[in-house]
Design a protein around this ligand. Structure first.
Ligand code: GTP
Ligand code: MG
Length: 395
């Protein structure tokens, strides 16, 4: 029943997801020249087509097929619209119950299915692998998988990228000027290494004028560990001579109770960003819920799939709002490592590849922290020493 609530959708029939209405079939581009030019009477079934009938004959340089092709492209728009509105439930082989299972597992749009692995989909939706493959193929036909952009368009978008100061000059320099918008910056490290402190500092700094390294915006914090402390914000704001009460009104915090909730909250953040100029999205912590909920090897594919969806939702948020995304991550011990640091960030390759910048924080003598830039698309690896003090993050 639930699948009917989303709108008035015709019951699903087997066969192609969108049976083409007969009129549109007559107007298929391949048939057009013939149909319109030799038998115009055939295309009189809609007002628009009737108008077409009285068009003057094609002018010089334009073939009949060209003209008709153009007109029919317009006539065919209803079909394109349907395709845009297509939903998981419209895929062949996906009934209401399967659609529900897929949505629950975090597959909310056609694109997420189009890029899924057959085994993973088969597991979460109790499908056979062959059916899963069929569903994935259908989603690939229907999903808007995006297109190519030329370098100059990307350059133009890059020109909009803002940099948010961390409070420490050395750390800003390591990051090429600060935490970038339209990117995910991951801070990982053991407990007490200062990740949450940096998130608090960014939440204050983002509100500052651009000349002071801010982005003049609001911040959304998705707090999974209940570690957001307004008192700490007050200390940091007062250290910068800001009105702490006002600063707090521009920080929107939500507790995420589990990984599903965490995923939903990014959608909520998108709604919030229509009302306020949100320039920073904080996820503290990115992986804690996923790590706690998915235990054991068998759940790994599922967990990684969801984490991937979640991080891409965050990236989309950053692109849409020209916002910076700052996430924290824990480490786990890797006892089989013979050389170097035996700790590794949680989340494996999914987090590693999706985070644009990765910083490893570790405790040093006298309350200092060492931040090491591990991965960045255009900056060299390096280290910066920072201090966590009552005023916040400093050199
Ligand atoms: P987990 O979330 O447990 O993984 O750790 P984390 O990396 O988020 O740690 P967090 O950022 O919460 O850092 C906590 C540490 O920051 C404390 O152990 C203190 O050393 C330091 N700290 C926090 N508040 C203050 C403060 O007001 N003054 C000073 N000097 N240090 C502080
Ligand atoms: Mg923390």
């Amino acid at each position: 029943m639930a699948w009917c609530l989303g709108g008035f959708r015709a019951p699903r029939v087997s066969g192609p997801p969108y049976p083409r209405p007969p009129r549109l079939r007559v107007l298929r581009e391949a048939d057009l020249g013939k149909v319109f030019i030799s038998k115009p009477a055939l295309v009189t079934s809609s007002p628009r087509a009737r108008r077409l009938k009285f068009r003057p004959p094609p002018g010089p340089g334009l073939t009949g097929r060209d003209r008709v092709g153009t007109d029919v492209a317009k006539l065919a728009t209803p079909e394109v619209k349907t395709k845009e509105k297509a939903d998981i439930g419209d895929l062949p082989g996906v009934g209401p119950a399967t659609a529900e299972k897929l949505r629950e597992a975090g597959y909310r749009d056609l694109l997420s299915i189009a890029v899924a692995a057959p085994g993973e989909l088969a597991e979460v939706a109790d499908l056979g692998e062959a059916v899963a493959m069929k569903v994935i193929n259908a989603a690939r036909q229907l999903a808007d998988v995006g297109g190519f952009e030329t370098g100059d368009v990307i350059m133009e978008r890059r020109a909009q990228v803002g940099k948010l100061t961390t409070g420490s000059k050395a750390l800003d320099e390591l990051l090429g000027g600060g935490v970038e918008t339209q990117s995910i910056t991951e801070f990982y490290g053991e407990f007490g290494s200062g990740k949450t402190q940096i998130m608090h500092q960014l939440a204050v700094n983002v509100q500052r004028p651009k000349d002071d390294g801010g982005l003049e915006g609001h911040v959304v914090i998705i707090d999974t560990e209940n570690t957001f402390r307004p008192e700490r914000i007050t200390q940091m704001a007062e250290a910068l001579d800001l009105d702490a009460k006002e600063v707090l009104t521009r920080i929107h915090v939500a507790r995420a109770f589990n990984s599903h909730h965490q995923m939903l909250l990014v959608e909520k953040a998108t709604e919030l960003a229509r009302e306020y100029p949100v320039r920073l999205l904080v996820i503290d912590s990115l992986t804690a819920h996923f790590r706690a909920e998915y235990v054991g090897r068998a759940t790994l594919a599922n967990r990684q799939g969801k984490l991937n969806t979640f991080m891409h939702d965050c990236l989309r948020f950053g692109d849409l709002n020209n916002a910076a995304i700052a996430v924290t991550n824990q480490v786990h011990a890797k006892p089989d490592a013979f050389f170097g640091d035996p700790t590794r960030p949680v989340g494996g390759h999914v987090v590693g590849h999706t985070a644009t910048f990765r910083l490893y924080l570790r405790k040093s003598k006298g309350g200092r922290r060492i931040a090491r830039l591990i991965d960045s698309p255009h900056l060299p690896e390096g280290e910066a020493v920072i201090n966590v003090i009552e005023d916040g993050i400093r050199d």
